[in-house]
Design a protein around this ligand. Structure first.
Ligand SMILES: Nc1ncnc2c1ncn2[C@@H]1O[C@H](COP(=O)(O)OP(=O)(O)OP(=O)(O)O)[C@@H](O)[C@H]1O
Ligand SMILES: [Mg+2]
Length: 475
């Protein structure tokens, strides 16, 4: 959810785009030309600008430049037609977030808007170090333990340099948070920070995502495209889960580190780039080298500055502070009163081994809050949640999508047009709602909140789908 400014001289496009984004829950402002768009950026800064390249008066490139003078980290998506892609590419080189070719399809543009808003948030919202913030909404690295103090010092030491940093530690120990803190304390803090998750993107896409391609590099490469590395020029790129990066791409990253240049797919000339690399992994890289899935030469390049984040059980003196922080933060997010926690419950949390580290602690508290009745969280409340496994079992979304496709295909093949669409939507909605009710112990107000529905709407759906509610808590 964010505040989006649309700048385009075509009233129809403005209108339909505004409608689309508003339906997605964004707040939308529109402007018909670059000058008034710029004035809006000055008066009431948006989280994202989506702007046409060809405008009456100053063009999109010039407007983007001026907007970035007001806020150098403002993400801007440039809309372009075939004839003007070069200008759009120019804008991206100068720091605009990305560009799209018109006409674009709706899922693509919505995904891009979401990514751009997230990138903007990561750049703008500061990660505070070593404090308990009075505003629970701020991101912060919490902890006063010896190992955490060492981490703060290390962040301070490496931030101001251009050194490549490797952040290691088990899942949920705070690697991403530390990467952002390094960026924000660096001299590149006013330049882009782009995150690439190496496991989330399939190998072929990862390569073009990072390095870009020339027109005609492969079927479907209708125009030149900059990669994330070039887009982050002058800034920082965060390669998350680098231990899972395919070998072919590892070779290219090594080259980037050695020669400070990249080659686009289908390109002949190396392109000089100036990016700082921060990488993170929870993998045992030494074992990966031994089994041949990670390049040793890249490992040596990366590990010069290594930050090890200790597992939470090795800094159990931080658990109280973290608990206090998460309770404040989680309750303020859903505008509920902070019930607090009993001393026995705190002792329990301090003594647990936390295989999922800080993330697991946060999840446990979140789940306990869902069941809470307004009285301080007690040891029993927590043991119940912890016994069930506080991590909600994660599913591979891609394989679920694959299975759904199969199911839909099967249904479509057999369909005689008897309301298939509505019946599939109803099935999905009824599963989603019954899970929300399970999770909240049948508390309709909380389930409605989780679902983003009003309580009457939820009630109507419960009746429509004839859902049975096992009430463990009165609602
Ligand atoms: N010291 C800390 N203080 C406050 N919040 C923290 C701290 N460490 C981690 N968190 C929070 O815990 C969650 C997990 O942290 P993060 O995503 O940085 O972990 P990670 O090491 O990148 O894990 P993974 O290897 O699974 O990606 C996040 O919500 C983060 O904000
Ligand atoms: Mg991570």
């Amino acid at each position: 959810m964010g505040k989006v400014l649309i700048v385009d001289d075509d009233p129809q496009l403005r209108q339909s785009f505004e409608k689309l984004l508003t339906e997605e829950g964004h707040t939308v402002q529109t402007a018909a030309n670059g000058e008034s768009g710029l004035a809006m950026v000055r008066e009431s800064p948006p989280d994202l600008v989506v702007m046409d390249v060809r405008l009456p008066g100053i063009d999109g490139l010039e407007a983007a430049r001026a907007m970035r003078k007001v806020d150098p980290k403002l993400p801007i998506i440039i809309m372009t037609a075939y004839g003007t892609t070069e200008t759009a590419i120019e804008a991206t080189k100068e720091g605009a977030f990305d560009y799209v070719l018109k006409p674009f399809n709706i899922p693509d543009i919505l995904a891009l808007v979401k990514d751009a808003l997230e990138a903007g948030r990561l750049m703008h919202s500061r990660v505070e170090l070593d404090i308990v913030p009075d505003k629970p909404s701020t991101d912060a690295i919490i902890g006063r333990s010896k190992p955490m103090q060492e981490i703060y010092k290390a962040i301070g030491r490496v931030a101001s340099t251009d050194a490549t940093v490797l952040i290691r530690g088990d899942s949920g120990t705070g690697k991403e948070l530390v990467a952002r803190a390094i960026y924000q304390h660096s001299k590149r803090a006013q330049r882009p920070f782009l995150v690439i998750n190496c496991v989330a993107i399939p190998e072929t896409l990862l390569e073009s995502e990072l390095f870009g391609y020339e027109r005609g590099a492969f079927t479907g490469a209708v125009s030149r495209r900059l990669g994330k590395i070039q887009q982050a020029n002058g800034g920082t790129i965060f390669l998350d889960e680098i231990g899972d990066m395919p070998l072919s791409i590892q070779a290219k990253i090594l080259r980037l580190l050695q020669e400070k240049s990249i080659e686009r797919l289908g390109g002949r000339e190396p392109i000089p780039v100036d990016v700082r690399i921060i990488a993170a992994t929870n993998r045992d890289l030494e074992a990966a080298i031994a089994e041949g899935s990670f390049r040793e030469d890249l490992y040596y390049r990366l590990k010069v500055v290594t930050l090890w984040l200790p597992p939470l059980r090795e800094r159990s003196e931080d658990i109280d502070l973290l608990t206090e922080y998460f309770l404040k933060r989680l309750t303020s997010e859903v505008k509920m009163d902070n019930p607090g926690i009993t001393p026995e419950a705190k002792t329990l949390l301090r003594g647990y081994t936390w295989p999922g580290n800080v993330r697991e602690l946060a999840n446990t508290l979140q789940k306990a809050l869902i069941f809470s009745r307004g009285t301080p969280l007690a040891a029993e409340d927590l043991t119940q949640v912890m016994a069930e496994g506080s991590e909600i079992k994660s599913v591979d979304e891609e394989s679920v999508t694959g299975a759904l496709r199969q199911l839909f295909r099967q249904k479509l093949a057999k369909s005689h047009g008897e309301g298939l669409f509505d019946s599939m939507m109803d099935d999905t909605a009824s599963i989603l709602i019954s899970e929300a009710l399970n999770l909240t112990g049948g508390n309709r107000s909380r389930a409605a909140k989780l679902l983003g529905l009003s309580r009457p709407t939820l009630q109507a759906k419960i009746e429509k789908y004839q859902l049975k509610i096992e009430t463990s808590v009165t609602s």
